[in-house]
Design a protein around this ligand. Structure first.
Ligand code: ADP
Ligand code: MG
Length: 201
């Protein structure tokens, strides 16, 4: 087993996930693929904490702005601004309001390629275009255009770390080391072991 591929990643069930009674559905999606839940808490983040979370990666502002502008253009629509930093500045203000408006659930999931696997299950940022079968594609119907018209954040139920580095920084922000459990799941034998000795009687 290549231990270097065992990763940890942060998932947040956002206020709309809690309000839509989707906690169980969301947890089930990550659990059933074989990931291990090693940390879990419920809290109401302050708006300063939300800003800290989204600006841990100094590149996030530029990347988020470019992605949003691109999404508008792909649909043949005009973005509210052509300046990525202005775009993401607006998004950040909306996020601070959205994410501090109700309790959220923070979780750490661990397993092989956890960061990419969790992003795959979560789906793309905009529910209108997220793949069918993903959480954002199956349980919610928001779009950039609708959320912009109401001057609010896109409601897409969950946050998931975008890279191994982002995951490390976000986990450090949300959890103390002692809040992360160290334990084995019996299913790890079938997921990762070289052979299956001891099954046949
Ligand atoms: P992701 O959550 O898919 O990694 P980002 O990190 O780019 O996406 O953005 C963080 C969150 O901010 C999104 O999940 C979404 O809730 C919200 N958001 C992103 N871009 C916009 C936008 N242009 N308008 C409104 N909300 C947005
Ligand atoms: Mg992100």
């Amino acid at each position: 087993m290549d231990e270097s591929k065992i990763e940890k990643t942060l998932v947040l069930i956002k206020p709309d996930g809690i309000q839509r009674s989707l906690i169980g559905e969301i947890v089930q999606r990550y659990e059933r693929i074989g990931l291990k839940l090693i940390g879990l808490k419920m809290l109401v983040p302050t708006s300063d904490f939300v800003e800290k979370h989204y600006t841990l990666d100094p590149e996030w502002r530029m990347k988020n702005g470019e992605k949003t502008i691109q999404a508008y253009k792909e649909k043949g629509e005009n973005p509210p601004t052509e300046d990525p930093m202005e775009m993401s500045g607006m998004t950040l203000e909306k996020l601070k309001k959205y994410m501090s408006s109700s309790p959220v659930i923070a979780m750490v999931w661990k397993g092989a390629n956890a960061v990419k696997i969790v992003r795959k299950i979560t789906g793309g940022t905009e529910p209108l275009t997220s793949d069918v079968g993903t959480i954002r594609g199956d349980y919610v119907l928001d779009s950039y255009q609708i959320s912009d018209a109401s001057d609010r954040s896109i409601r897409n139920l969950v946050h998931a770390s975008g890279s191994v580095k982002e995951a490390e920084d976000e986990i450090n922000l949300w959890f103390k080391p002692e809040e992360l459990m160290k334990y084995k799941l019996v299913q790890e034998h079938i997921l990762y072991d070289v052979n299956l000795d001891g099954i046949l009687e």
